[in-house]
Design a protein around this ligand. Sequence first.
Ligand code: SAM
Length: 267
Amino acid sequence: MLCPERYIKNNGIQQREAKDALTGYIEKMMWTSNEIVLDIGCGPGDVTSDILYPFLKNKIKQLIGVDKSVEMVEYANSLFGSSEMDFKALDIENAKDCGSSYSRGFNKIFSFFCFHWIHNKVDSLLNMHSMLKSGGEILINFLLINPLVELYKFMDDEWQKYIKDLKQMSQDSFSQDELRRMFINAGFRIINMESSVKIYTYPDYSTFLDAVRAVDDMYSNLPQNLHDRYSIHVKDKIREKQMVEICPNTGETILKYLPITVHAVKD
Ligand SMILES: C[S@@+](CC[C@H](N)C(=O)[O-])C[C@H]1O[C@@H](n2cnc3c(N)ncnc32)[C@H](O)[C@@H]1O
């Protein structure tokens, strides 16, 4: 289980990605008055409240953030809950819960940096489709390649048994074509799908490692007495496999990553 306090301090890349996606797409979406909007995988709620909401403020009646982690939802409500913004627990893979509470409930669905964690992408897209009103749109931004999954592949045997137990996490990767077909098969018409390699610069290697730690669910699988040794293994493996570039003079740490943004409509 991710820790909201740790996550919110280390999500600079997620904040920037949400801002970029919204800047590029919000005006391309069709808006009516009093819309009801959903943010899937809202985490601790800061992206929903401080980034998404300002883009929507004058367009919507209500914004609901959902996350499968109850800890995240409670944290988000305590910090950002208001009459216009509410946070609720929901697993987007669970058709029954999505259907019973939210069928055809939303004009727009957003989701930032969540879809690459989702196991059953096919069912999740079907659920998103069923939660949208007719004419509703989705904007989903996520990673085509999850760097943590790549890191796990490199890890020594000793850690592999714990990785196998990471039921929370999708370890599959998909090509753009496969994803395109998934969206279409779920009933969406894709308006735009774009992906390009980007870079994010951390001030130093330890700040980068903090960001990795904030999204690494391995810590909830490992006995406490292995945490320090595991952290050292992560630190060494990332360097050994050159998963980031570290500037020898400044220590700045550069991560290359591959985000994808999908804008689609339910006709
Ligand atoms: C990396 S965080 C992203 C949080 C926020 N959207 C942001 O951009 O900072 C991913 C979130 O997705 C949530 N998540 C993963 N699988 C989910 C699912 N099946 N249903 C709902 N939320 C899910 C996780 O609990 C986590 O809080």
